[in-house]
Write a protein that binds this ligand. Structure first.
Ligand code: DQA
Length: 147
């Protein structure tokens, strides 16, 4: 079974309690189980990972080329700041999709620029937790197109 990696950046472990007006009341554990179920239905396996530490996220991205068929990433605030994450994503040759729960283009100016999205195949934002499901469908298409 083809395996994909789903990475979640800083503060996303607080989903469900954090700024519900932007992120809703679904916890990250619930999003993980929605993703696992959707992957199962689509004959994919997903490894779901969250970290508040930039270096840990970069180390995980480095595993993608050898261990996964693609990556879905919500880099959270690192989206807007991290050239190191951008470089790690650029170094990965597998399909890559960026997800945001909120619509970053309708928020503060400093959120309207995604540095990391320069390295991905596509970006999905503004659809709440359903963005992860849309990203799984999209990455499946990319994986099968490239194999
Ligand atoms: C986010 C948007 C980011 O701007 C923010 O820093 C987050 C969450 C989202 O999923 O909407 O932590 O990535």
């Amino acid at each position: 079974m083809k395996e994909i990696l789903i990475i979640n950046g800083p503060n996303l472990n607080l989903l469900g309690n954090r700024e519900k007006n932007f992120y809703g009341d679904t916890s990250l554990e619930k999003i993980q189980s929605l993703c696992e179920n959707h992957c199962n239905k689509n004959n994919l396996k997903c490894i779901f990972f969250q970290s508040n530490h930039e270096g840990e996220i970069i180390d995980k991205i480095h595993l993608v080329d050898n261990e996964f068929e693609g990556i879905i990433i919500n880099p959270a605030a690192f989206t807007h700041t991290s050239i190191a994450l951008l470089d790690a994503l650029r170094a990965t040759n597998k399909p890559k999709i960026e997800v945001h729960i909120s619509n970053i283009y309708s928020r503060e100016d400093y959120r309207r620029k995604s540095i990391t999205s320069e390295a991905v195949d596509g970006l999905i934002c503004g659809f709440g937790e359903n963005g992860y499901i849309l990203a799984i469908d999209a990455i499946k298409n990319l994986i099968y197109k490239s194999s």
